[in-house]
Design a binder for this molecule. Structure first.
Ligand SMILES: Cc1cc2nc3c(=O)[nH]c(=O)nc-3n(C[C@H](O)[C@H](O)[C@H](O)COP(=O)(O)OP(=O)(O)OC[C@H]3O[C@@H](n4cnc5c(N)ncnc54)[C@H](O)[C@@H]3O)c2cc1C
Length: 413
């Protein structure tokens, strides 16, 4: 048996999953994993055969998969349509000209506000990242009159920027960015991905899709029609987001987050109150997320109209006119998992006969309602990796069995 340092690291990375209290429905893969832990003692991840695996999506789910699979000794190639990793763990660089005609650059964390950890397994992962200074703890002051924060007034924020955590998970992985996969092909040789009418030359044993459901559905169509249908009817919540810089009295910071109880605004965040962000005297940086219902209702409105509405809504919340130096809006069509989902009882989808898997925040498993998106994505990725790794281990055993048969050599028990 091959028990390399990578396998041992995979042990420490994946074992917490098996003890997770939030995955209230342990998958067969979890149970098998547990069984193997007992059988092999210190090395649950021992594989004879390295697989080549394509992971599509370099957000939290895809990067987590890539890390775990690589650590288990497999050869992983990640594809993402964006120019960098992170997906909705996003930071946007905005260039703007101030009143003196000088050019400025401001970075807004305009996707996930922060990470919270409910499950024991994810808490362990978060603690390790805090220890390694990849996540900073943030306890923002809440504005008077706000709805309360859900998670004990505490977030964890990737530093120095939101995509940094995924960038770290992808460290050493082979990644192709700016590659929007629009078809998957399966042949007796394996899987191939296609973008803009051209097949990528690499051929893979397995494919993992780590994308929002609407982007998964067209790729699954001819391979798993049933999954494609489920993905197509999983309605993610949308979110219009305003980012901007203001000058005036609100630059003096008395709070960092507001959750207005009424009106179109869901979250009002002082971007310059986040860990590691420098404040500029006399100005304030804002990231403002609209309510999901409001965003859905106005999803197809022109950006300029949305910008105006959200600017006005901030003025109403602050009860004074706001002096905007610059602002821009972003439309998140697929921002957050649905509140209730037809697929909520599955932690991931894995078809061992096709070597095809799906993970992401829209899955996550039963009992997961209170868990936030980033943690859901991580849990889903862990569940998929456990299934895939178990499959890979079984394939190793099958190979060993057939070798034994042909050569008559003893098989390692
Ligand atoms: C405004 C906002 C606020 C949020 N706030 C929070 C919060 O406070 N706490 C929290 O836990 N969660 C929050 N979330 C949700 C959280 O960001 C997500 O649940 C999580 O990041 C999802 O990770 P994922 O890997 O499943 O998907 P994603 O991050 O969406 O990653 C999918 C990746 O796939 C890529 N991709 C898509 N299609 C293709 C294709 N065809 N080919 C190749 N690549 C493709 C995308 O570029 C992307 O990088 C928020 C999200 C938004 C938008």
């Amino acid at each position: 048996m091959r028990i390399g340092p990578l396998s041992l690291y995979a042990f420490f990375f994946l074992v917490p999953l098996a003890f997770s209290d939030i995955c209230t429905q342990p998958t067969t893969a979890h149970k098998l994993l547990m069984g193997q832990i007992k059988q092999d003692g210190a090395s649950p991840m021992t594989f004879e055969k390295s697989q080549t695996i394509a992971v599509i999506g370099a957000g939290m789910a895809g990067a987590t998969c890539a890390r775990a699979l690589q650590l288990a000794g497999h050869s992983v190639h990640v594809f993402d349509k964006s120019r960098g990793p992170g997906g909705r763990l996003a930071t946007r660089r905005v260039e703007w000209i101030d009143r003196q005609g000088l050019s400025n650059t401001t970075r807004f964390d305009h996707g996930a506000i922060g990470i919270s950890a409910r499950s024991e397994a994810f808490r362990e992962f978060v603690d390790r990242c805090v220890h390694e200074k990849r996540l900073a703890m943030w306890e923002p002051t809440l504005a008077a009159g706000s709805l309360p924060l859900d998670d004990g007034d505490r977030f964890y924020v990737p530093v120095p920027a939101m995509p940094s955590l995924c960038r770290h998970l992808l460290d050493g992985a082979s990644v192709t960015f700016s590659y929007a996969v629009d078809a998957l092909h399966k042949s007796p040789l394996g899987w191939q991905v296609e973008a803009a009418g051209e097949r990528h030359p690499l051929i893979f044993d397995s494919v993992v899709l780590a994308l929002p459901p609407a982007q998964i559905a067209p790729l699954l169509g001819s391979h798993r029609h049933d999954w494609a249908e489920q993905a197509a009817v999983t309605n993610m919540q949308s979110c219009w987001t305003l980012m901007g810089i203001t000058e005036g009295p609100e630059s003096v910071l008395s709070w960092a987050i507001a959750r207005p109880p009424t009106g179109p605004l869901a979250w009002v965040m002082r971007n310059d109150a986040r860990p590691g962000v420098e404040r500029t005297p006399g100005s304030a940086q804002w990231v403002i997320h609209a309510q999901a219902a409001w965003s859905c209702q106005h999803l197809e409105q022109p950006a300029a109209w949305v910008e105006q509405q959200l600017q006005a809504a901030l003025g109403e919340w602050l009860r004074r006119p706001v002096n905007w130096l610059h602002s821009v809006v972003h439309r998140w069509r697929y921002a957050l998992p649905p509140v209730t989902s037809a697929t909520a009882s599955d932690s991931c989808w894995w078809d061992a006969s096709m070597n095809l898997g799906v993970c992401g925040d829209f899955l996550g498993g039963a009992g997961i309602d209170a868990v936030e998106g980033v943690e859901r994505a991580w849990l889903s990725a862990q569940a998929l990796c456990a299934a895939l790794l178990q499959r890979a281990a079984n394939m190793g055993d099958e190979d060993k069995a057939s070798t034994t048969h042909e050569t008559g050599h003893d098989r390692v028990a």
